[in-house]
Design a protein around this ligand. Structure first.
Ligand code: ADP
Length: 420
């Protein structure tokens, strides 16, 4: 079918309101944000000048003809009928590729004139490919006038353009998504390779140096080099463990082993360990920690706090990290506040995302952006929540809310009693 453009519609034969509708429809289509709202608009604008009761849009699938849009607006406005009416006409239009006007007769039980359905089927061509059919239905006539047929052809042409545009937009969005994913994967490989190669470079370099036969190293230098090799191997192991944890957490295959845990004693251990590992932060633990028991996987939960305190040492050095508890009716909230540089609001919601690192030109801290992602996954596996609040220049507070689940306690206690 040749496309009918507004200027091909003979204005002399159109009534002024029809002409107005043609231009209003063109404008609405150009402005519409999506295909459905454009179709709604077309119907709204066309119906006053071109009476029809149903409009159904069929699109060609692989071997099928699928109704993509249907509106019943006039007589015979019951929903279940929307999609099936006009199907035979649409099939015929697809087979012939031609406009089709015909009258169908409804069941004998319909006594009034709506028994006769006037159907107008129009092929939808997109760059010479037949993409579907548009069917208008009028219950009880009157027959379509030649100008109305021209108007409907014009509408079909616009709808074909809309479908083409919609397809293009979707293709572009898909390409963009694929490009983004590729970029993310490339960035990830680059980050991970860099992170793995750095410690490996040290290990290889110092081991090769120590193995040189032309130089003999004094004991002190030998120990220094071996210490570097030892530390960098630890770092390499830690990185690989983090990567593995992160993909297991993502896949939901990380095993958790829950047990009753004395939270106060646990936090004291966490603080002691962090103090022995990081000499650039102070830790102030709430003095009167209540004796609280929670259900947790101790080593995984320790990983969360170790991560947060390592981050404090990396990103908020010379801070005093205050650890305190907020008791809530059904849960306990653990608060860790540092007085470091803080995190700008635009980054705050992203820091828990996998591989997210705040881009700073002077970022000299090593990292993969996996730490907080792992923290969130572990806390979530405890049915808890973790989030951060921050003020630039003042510091950052991390909150970890864990449920106090009485039922779980009772189960563990009764198991213990029965096995005692
Ligand atoms: P990594 O430390 O490997 O970069 P994380 O997921 O642990 O990854 O942290 C994500 C980002 O959040 C870090 O790159 C850092 O910029 C920021 N960040 C984390 N903790 C703090 C903190 N206490 N103060 C300021 N920035 C922080």
């Amino acid at each position: 079918m040749e496309r009918v453009e507004p200027d091909q519609i003979n204005p002399a034969t159109l009534r002024p309101e029809e002409l107005e509708a043609v231009y209003a429809i063109s404008r609405a289509v150009a402005l519409a944000e999506n295909i459905d709202s454009a179709l709604d608009e077309i119907i709204r604008l066309a119906r006053p000048v071109f009476i029809f009761d149903n409009m159904v849009l069929y699109l060609k699938g692989k071997d099928t003809l699928e109704p993509a849009y249907a509106r019943a607006i006039g007589r015979g406005r019951f929903k279940e009928a929307d999609l099936t009416w006009g199907e035979a006409t649409a099939h015929e239009v697809i087979q012939t590729g031609k406009l089709l006007s015909r009258i169908e007769e409804g069941g004998e039980e319909i006594k009034d004139r709506t028994r006769f359905r006037f159907l107008l089927g129009l092929p939808l061509f997109l760059e010479n490919n037949l993409e579907g059919a548009l069917v208008f239905i009028r219950f009880g006539g009157p027959p379509y006038t030649p100008d109305q047929v021209r108007l409907s052809e014009f509408i079909a042409g616009l709808i074909a353009q809309l479908i083409g545009h919609d397809r293009l937009v979707k293709q572009i969005a898909q390409l963009e998504a694929e490009k983004k994913l590729n970029q993310l994967q490339e960035d990830f490989i680059a980050t991970v390779s860099h992170e793995l190669l750095t410690p490996l470079g040290f290990i290889k370099g110092y081991a090769t140096t120590l193995l040189r036969e032309d130089i003999s190293w004094d004991e002190e230098t030998r120990r220094e080099f071996l210490t570097i090799i030892d530390e960098e191997s630890d770092r390499l192991r830690e990185l690989i463990e983090n990567l593995m944890d992160s993909s297991r957490l993502q896949a939901g295959t990380l095993k958790m082993s829950f047990q009753l845990l004395r939270l106060d004693a646990f936090l004291r251990d966490v603080a002691m360990r962090a103090l022995s590992l990081h000499d650039n932060i102070q830790i102030e633990l709430q003095k009167d920690l209540p004796e609280l028991r929670i259900m947790a996987d101790p080593s995984r939960l320790a990983q969360v706090f170790d991560n947060l305190l390592t981050n404090a040492s990396k990103y908020a050095p010379h801070s005093t990290v205050v650890i305190s508890l907020i008791e809530e009716p059904q849960s306990i909230c653990i608060k860790l506040s540092d007085n470091g540089p803080g995190i700008a609001p635009e980054h705050l919601s992203s820091i828990f995302k996998r591989f997210y690192r705040i881009p700073t030109p002077h970022q000299n801290q090593r990292g993969t952006g996996l730490g907080l992602f792992i923290c969130r996954q572990i806390v979530n596996a405890h049915n808890g929540e973790i989030w951060a609040e921050s003020e630039v220049g003042k510091g950052t507070t991390f909150y970890i809310r864990l449920p106090l689940n009485q039922q779980q306690f009772d189960q563990v206690l009764s198991l213990r009693e029965s096995s005692a």
